[in-house]
Design a protein around this ligand. Structure first.
Ligand code: TYM
Length: 334
């Protein structure tokens, strides 16, 4: 039996190189070896202020982006087409510790943004979001979860929920899943290396995987290198981030030779930036081409993903049926 991999991404706009090098590239690489489930999690995207029409568009545009970078259609589902996630999410709300959920740093970060955007309203969904995430993972009994470093705390909560459920039912029903990181699990913003690359901080803080070449080059050219507060002998976070991006693209030779220059004190930042920009453009060229092709058959793509979601749903239904049985709930659906 192949081991199972599960991971998800929120449909909240462009896919950036943090998403790609931190997680999605790994999703693609793991497909030949494992049984993989990859979700576009629209229920999660409702936890912050949003517009319904925009959400719908973002879901399909993310589906196309994921297919364009190499996710196989049969592995891809849309969360709201598998509503059992929310059912298991409720059940898990009763197995998650309030204290632990209160300590989630992502809630703290996002609730301050939500407060600004929505005029003082922070949704309860944002608070219980990591519990739904635990349901996303455990509903497929995932062995491995490929994610960026920012998800570690959520994975820890997932393992605790699995353990608590197992203790209650007196059986090792869920296997606590393992986190998988890439070599670059924490890509930083090129405009401000003190923060992670992310959409929520604004357009200059992320590089869209599908941006045109000119924009990509411009963003790398203006990347912050020295921040002034680096200690003697330490690499500045901006330079380290550029080296990490280069490594992530697979440009090992260029990486090694520029690193030699850095160690010798002869590195010209412009050379490092050019190497990174060249590598990003080269990686993304075929993605842009495939995206254009997929955009021309949107209808077909939609139908395909509806079918794969329905297929994947069967596995989720089976888990929920077993969980309800174990948890002492009525089970009339099967
Ligand atoms: P999301 O949509 O913010 O990001 C999707 C994936 O990209 C990774 N990532 C990064 N990795 C490295 N450096 C960065 N700067 C960077 N920014 C984003 C994220 O770690 C993630 O792996 N809560 C999740 C979505 C989710 C999920 C799940 C993930 C819902 N249910 C179940 C795994 C399993 C999130 O908001 O990811």
């Amino acid at each position: 039996m192949k081991k199972t991999v599960l991971s998800c991404i929120q449909p909240t706009g462009d896919m950036h190189f943090g998403n790609y090098f931190g997680a999605v590239k790994n999703w693609v690489d793991l497909q030949p070896k494992y049984k993989c489930f990859y979700g576009v999690v629209d229920y999660h995207a409702m936890t912050m202020p949003y517009k319904p029409k925009k959400l719908k568009e973002s879901v399909w545009s993310l589906v196309i982006n994921l297919l364009a970078v190499g996710v196989e259609p049969e592995n891809l589902f849309i969360q709201s087409l598998v509503p059992e996630h929310t059912e298991l999410g409720w059940i898990f709300n009763c197995f998650a510790s309030y204290g632990q959920v209160s300590r989630m740093t992502q809630f703290k970060d996002k609730s301050s943004q939500s407060e600004e955007k929505a005029g003082g309203y922070i949704s309860a969904g944002l608070f219980t979001y990591p519990v739904l995430q635990a349901a996303d993972i455990l509903i497929y009994k995932a062995d491995y979860v490929p994610v960026g470093k920012d998800q570690d705390q959520h994975l820890e909560l997932t393992r605790n929920i699995a353990q608590r459920f197992n203790n209650m039912v007196g059986k090792d029903y869920f296997v606590p899943p393992e986190t998988l990181h890439t070599e670059t699990p924490n890509v930083r913003s090129t405009a401000d290396p003190a923060r992670k690359m992310s959409k929520s901080a604004g357009e200059k803080h992320y590089i869209n995987v599908f941006a045109d070449e000119a924009r990509m080059r411009k963003q790398i050219k203006s990347a912050v290198t020295d921040t002034g507060d680096t200690k003697e002998g330490e690499m500045s976070p901006g330079i380290e981030n550029l080296f990490n991006l280069l490594k992530a693209t697979g440009g090992h030779e260029a990486h090694a030779s520029l690193m030699d220059d850095y160690k010798a004190g002869t590195l010209r930042y412009v050379d490092l930036k050019t190497a990174v920009a060249d590598a990003l453009v080269e990686i993304s060229n075929p993605f842009r081409e495939r995206k254009a092709e997929l955009m021309s058959k949107r209808k077909e793509v939609k139908n395909r993903i509806k079918v794969s979601s329905a297929e994947i749903r069967k596995r989720a239904q089976q888990t929920v049926k077993e969980v309800k049985e174990l948890a002492g709930l009525a089970n009339v659906r099967f």
